[in-house]
Design a binder for this molecule. Sequence first.
Ligand code: AGP
Length: 603
Amino acid sequence: MCGIVGYIGKSEIKDILVDGLRELEYRGYDSAGIAVLQQDEIKSYKAVGKLINLEEKTKDFASEGFGLGIGHTRWATHGKPTELNAHPHLGEFSYVVHNGIIENYQELKAMLQSEGVTFLSQTDTEVIVHLFEKNYKALNDPMAAFEKTVETLEGAYAVLLITKVDPDKIYFAKHGSPMIVGNDDNGDIHFGSSDAALIGKATEVIYLDDGDYGYTSVEGINILHNRKPKALNKKALIGDKISAQKGGFRFFMEKEIYEQSEVLGDTLIGRVLDDKIQFDELDENFFDGIEEIKICACGTSYNSGLACSYIFERQAKIKATVEVASEFRYKEPLLTKNTLFVVISQSGETADTLEALKMAKAAGLKTLAICNVDNSSIVRIADRTILARAGIEKGVASTKAFATQVMAMWMLTIYVAQIRKTMTPQEIKVELNAMRHIPTTVVVTDKLHEKMKRLSKRYLHGHGFFFIGRDMFYPLALEGALKLKEISYLHAEGYPAGEMKHGPIALADSELFTVALMPKTLHFDKIKSNVEELAARDATILAISPERIELTDDYVHTYHSDHPMSEFFEMMVVTQLLALEVSIRLGNDVDMPRNLAKSVTVE
Ligand code: AGP
């Protein structure tokens, strides 16, 4: 999730921009840059890594008098974190910063290149500034050129553009990514992709809506929508920066559960086409000679890999095994060169996973990383990387990273099925259609969240939890149990439902809480009989299912039972909310639970 700032006024511009970007650091980034326009001259500075590198580069620069500027912190989704890929991006006489993903950037880039435009970066963003300048040269009117540009873009974007041909204005557009514009008591103009960047600066703000675009100058803010002027809906800006960073949620984990809908959309963009999956990151012969997939990870990332191992075998008809990295490292594994070694990691820095990757490389295996942090150690070592695009995940208990890992791996299984021709075009279309609906499936409704808040009060004691599931809902049971124990400190374990009678059912009594994942689309009757066995022994049961189960004590109704993965993602949200609300009731620090770190960089 990139960060964007903008300013028009007489104060020193660099300090305002860099300070605003610092307030957006919580969104995560791997490069940053600013561009300042004064007296028809634009100066731009960019740096890879943390903001301190940008401050070092700009330490001898300071603006004087009236001017305007834009700034950006980049979270790489297209193209490595390099200075060339950092924003702002330059045309001949304009600069642009952008948050989101331009879905039609490849066709726009090809069109512009065919007209002689040279691109410096690998990003989708750069097409915006070149398209604007193409339109300006044709229309000779910056606002008309910007309007036509915005109408051509598809996908999610929050854009700020400055140009020498209109040196008193900042042009903006918002669709699918957040953008706020405001003014201070002096009439200076401030932009931010989160109000955290504006607190202490702007006094009145406008939270732009999708489809809003326009320009600002010190004369005022001009918003258009469908080419018609739009009234300014100004609000007073109050609050503190941390709560602004949490976007009004109680914890980052809660915010990140709600963000799953948005970031899963990002994970899909440019990869789920009308009739197939494509990965820009993989050349077409990447799977040549591969007859087996070995997935290796830790914690939540292990759970996402285990879940998808079921669909690799069922749909791509390729052998898929999954290893806990800390075990794999020391078991003297037998590795064969026809195995693709897949490591999954949110941070890209987990020591055990990193060492396992090095072992696979040393054994001559082809390696692939599913990772959320570009330029991390694991990304730098793996042969190829598919970025999860979850944006920064601040909660130690992983949620949106898990969701985007599963989505990325699900896409990969279909990609392999395409190559191995193990699924018909119609079967593949069914999968693609199901994928497109997942961002909607994981939307947290008030009704569901209220239900989980109420339910949580019943699960604050007892002698432990079993989360049970079958097939790929067994890894989801593992994940639900991990979420709960991580942040509530109550004992919970995930278990294959069919295994309960081989010992654990001895624990069954009214103080044993069982959370049963009961999808309609996979072995429903089997899991139902497992639940009945437990109910007969007085276990307290919370059923998560599209069908009400009479003998259970609590019931969460699920709706998306048209595809196993729809049920998987919907039940994932339920288990995440259960863990969140139990932990909050227990008064725990949800975002920074005791004894845990966000990235385990030691073994
Ligand atoms: C999950 O909620 C935990 N934060 C932990 O299990 C985590 O998944 C594990 O440490 C692996 O981290 P990684 O994905 O960054 O490699």
